[in-house]
Unconditional design. Sequence first.
Lengths: 195, 195
Amino acid sequence: MRGEPLDAEMIVSATEEVLRRHGPEKTTVLDVARLLGVSHGSVYRHFPSKAALREAVIRRWLDRVRDDFAAAVQDSGPTPPDRLRGLLTTMFAAKWAKAKEDPELFATFRVLAAEHSSVSSAHVAFLLAQIRAIVADGMASGDFARGEPEVIARAVFDATSRFHDPMHAAEWSSPEAQAKAEGVISLILDGIRAR
Amino acid sequence: MRGEPLDAEMIVSATEEVLRRHGPEKTTVLDVARLLGVSHGSVYRHFPSKAALREAVIRRWLDRVRDDFAAAVQDSGPTPPDRLRGLLTTMFAAKWAKAKEDPELFATFRVLAAEHSSVSSAHVAFLLAQIRAIVADGMASGDFARGEPEVIARAVFDATSRFHDPMHAAEWSSPEAQAKAEGVISLILDGIRAR
């Protein structure tokens, strides 16, 4: 047992480390306990099941993606079209960077996220809300054509799936990925502009 | 040996049948020969390798997708915007139908198409050429804003990946798929309209 008291955050970090080394199939609560130098009972006091522990790991990881994302979105420009372009560019860049920096962990999280669809749905809902807010602002300012912000936001999200859906991660390192993303963003911005 | 002389078409049909039953890993040239009641040497006289045989199967399958597609596109309307909407709707419907009617064969072809990327690239090039032709017509008629048809066609293709890329096949049976596709098509049509 280490000197510092064991908290949930430490357990989540250790689990992330074990997942990175062994992948989702082979990772056990015992491995996590071993890495922390504690008994597996100590881990279970914080997380009632392996599923709960995995879910906490994904949730923290998605929170990090979201924070990177929110930080980068701040300075994307003053008008709604600039902000939407900035938001989409940043969203793709954040995902592409995660997939590139740590491909094994990214693949692991894809699998886990598919198992815990409520966590993934919350992440999608967060992204949709970001898009919707800018779309609504742009309609209010007269930059974007009038419409239902919810419906338009969903279409923007779906039209950019190729650049943010983890299923397409293998394509993101292609030299053409950036140009393709810019082509689609321009098409979308033209699509929602007021006329 | 059957009564009719063995031709390449018969071998391709038999291979498709064996692939449907056993999947791409377990399918052998011997299985194909057995189904046809011929020696495996007879198969090799038409196809020098298992890879060549598989490639012929995918090529024929994609040709069929393409023919269904071309037939359905004919009557989609007189103006370039109607024609583009018709083309995209038909393209999605053709893929969704294939994925639904025969999910195992569709999954198999996904794997094979990934191995034979030149065949897949030719198919993508065909789809892109169809989109590009309508985009160019629409620019000429003044319905679409001026631009580079090649670039716009690529953006249209990429923005609709969610509805035609086999990677997303599992989502196509969702009750929301049709509404999502329509949302993206409308966004695209607004994006390329002349202003």
